[in-house]
Design a protein around this ligand. Structure first.
Ligand SMILES: [Fe+2]
Length: 128
């Protein structure tokens, strides 16, 4: 589960970079770049978690995948809010996603990690 922990740190680093960009009133194009960067990273991370759950035969994979889907929708909305010139909307969306992610990591991801660890030896994820 080192990969998942590392990716969670990577996600928070991108959340922080975006929060800093908003706070420092970065150029719209820079904010768009930061949001795109975050969105792509989150997408890869969710796919990696889903692959791990699938490999381990995690029984709650469908529910966990639905939660990720909800998060993907929120991130897509955040992407949509970027460039609309409203840093306030972007900032609120980012706050919401940050809180949401913290909660998710402490609940569903921990439960998933315990199960996956018990079922799988550490092994590299197959990349497409
Ligand atoms: Fe997750």
């Amino acid at each position: 589960m080192d990969l998942v922990d590392e990716e969670h740190r990577g996600l928070f680093a991108r959340f922080e970079a975006l929060a800093k960009g908003i706070h420092e009133k970065a150029a719209e194009s820079d904010l768009e770049e930061l949001v795109r960067f975050l969105s792509e990273y989150a997408s890869t991370h969710f796919e990696d978690e889903e692959k791990l759950m699938w490999m381990a035969g995690y029984p709650r994979l469908p529910e966990h995948r639905l939660i990720h889907e909800e998060m993907r929708l929120h991130i897509a909305r955040m992407v949509g809010a970027t460039g609309a010139g409203s840093d306030d909307v972007l900032s609120r969306a980012l706050d919401f996603l940050t809180m949401w992610l913290i909660e998710h990591i402490h609940t569903e991801d921990q439960a998933m990690a315990r199960y996956v660890k018990s079922q799988l030896q550490e092994q590299p994820l197959p990349r497409d």
